[in-house]
Structures are given as structure tokens and as C-alpha cells.
Design a protein around this ligand. Sequence first.
Ligand SMILES: C[S@@+](CC[C@H](N)C(=O)[O-])C[C@H]1O[C@@H](n2cnc3c(N)ncnc32)[C@H](O)[C@@H]1O
Length: 281
Amino acid sequence: MMNSTQANDIQEDETEFTDLKKIIKRKIGFNCEDYKQAHLKRRLAVRLRVTKSKSYKEYSDILLKSAEEERLLKETLTVNVTELFRNPEMFESVRANVLPELIKSKGENRVLKIWSAGCSNGEEASSIAIMLREFLGASFKRYNISILCTDIDEDSLSKAEKATFNPKQLEKISKERLDRYFVKTDNSYILNDELKKLLKVKHHDMISGPKLSGFDLIYCRNVTIYFEQKLQEVLYQNFYNALNEGGYFVMGKTESLVGPAGRMFKAVDLKERIYQRKERI
Ligand SMILES: C[S@@+](CC[C@H](N)C(=O)[O-])C[C@H]1O[C@@H](n2cnc3c(N)ncnc32)[C@H](O)[C@@H]1O
């Protein structure tokens, strides 16, 4: 079936679209079928426009010939928008409603395992590290904390590993936090060593990668929104299984706990999408 998107005059042939998805899977390992098809088409339209392709077939031919186009497409498909303390009210709610209980439940076992799933450039994980440092104060050093940062995008992972931010990325950070938790270099700021060493950065695909476990707190925000609902349902159950008893799960503000997982978690702060694993379902 042929469709023409008026805004960019792209001929949308479904057979060509299917062929292009196969090429994308083969060339860049991105499994298009898992993503919302309308979202995928919008992202592809960006590259079709830039390359002046009039159809998926024309674009496929370019993609097959150009390593640079492969790189640019991957960049376009993995939406990496993020920021330090994105949705500050959510961080405030975690500080007030999660950390006191979580730390109390740990008692003498001072091991804290956190996972930022779909971490992008690491802003979320760096914010979590700062939040924990502020909450634990002088007792911070007595805890063995790790923050696993995972993503499928290698460029993002190498940025997350560096934990280095330019002044624009730090615009909303208070001067006090900037002075206390970052080290200034020529034209950027690096998260200080005490916090940076908490971050463990790894490539991991939450759809096809190995199942992880043992976490006290999982952040998976603004990632599943791009996935088909069936897949979201599976992933939320995986996150349940990845948590320790009584562990916490934080989602993005526009995401909702669909499927069986809706009964497996209780809301800690519904508005901020903060949930706790239920032990009796
Ligand atoms: C919009 S960013 C969200 C960053 C951060 N969580 C936040 O809310 O600010 C989405 C990230 O999810 C990553 N991503 C997409 N599909 C993924 C998958 N299957 N497994 C792991 N990460 C994925 C993308 O590469 C991107 O860096």
C-alpha cells in the first residue's frame, strides 16, 4: 500500500518499509519491530528528509552504501534527550519518600545497588549519585554504592563514562552543587571522583540482553514510551524481577505501569511515577 506523507512528500510503501527495517536490523542491530511504528516512521522521516530520499527504497540504497549514514541513523533512532535532575520534583520525592525507608531497611548491610536503565549520556545516574551524597551526608563513605548505567547507544555510553558536562548542561544546577560535586576543567565540568567511581557503565539492551537482578532502586525513564505496549508489559515484569524485596522502581512522567506489573507494584508517589515492589501479589 502506498501512502504519501504530505509534510515531507515521502512515498510510504509498506513493503519497502519492511525491507528497510530488515536492513536496519542487520546493519546497526536495532530491532525496529519492538518500537512503536508511528514513532519509528517519524524518526526515519528525519533521515529521509536530510538525504532527500523520496521513498524508503531510495533511503535503503543510501544506507546500504554509507557507513556515515548508518551512524547518523543510529543517532536519530536512539532519542538521547536527557538532563541533570530531569523532573526535579521526582528527585525530591525519591529523597523524601524512598531513601529514608530504603536506608532504614538496609540496617548494617550498607550495600546499595541502583540501575539507570536507558541512561543516555549519564545525567540521570550523576543526579542519583549527587542525591545519595546529599542524603547520606557524613555516612556516605560507610556505604558500598554502585549505580549501573546501561544503554544500547555506544556514543551515549562513552559520554556517561566520562561524566563530563558543558556549562549549558549545568545551567540549572545550583552554584553550591556545582562547586561541591564537580571539578572544573578548561571548558567543562567533571563529576568529582568520589561520585564518578559509583558509576558502572555497560552496554545492555533491555529487550534482548541478559536479565539482571539484585537492585534496590531502578530508574527506567523516558525509554519504554517508544516501545509497543506488549513489550512494555514484559519489561515492567522484568524490572520487578530485577529488584530486591521491597525495591523501588521509577518511571518517566508520561509512562504508565501497564499489564500484570500494575498489580505487582504499589504506588509510593503516583504523580511522580515512583513504585515499590509488592511481595504478596
Ligand atoms: C530519552 S533517553 C532517556 C534518558 C534518561 N533515562 C532520562 O530520562 O533522562 C532514552 C535512552 O534509551 C536508550 N534506549 C533505547 N532503546 C533501548 C534498549 N532497548 N535498551 C537500553 N537502552 C535503550 C536510548 O539509546 C536513549 O539513550
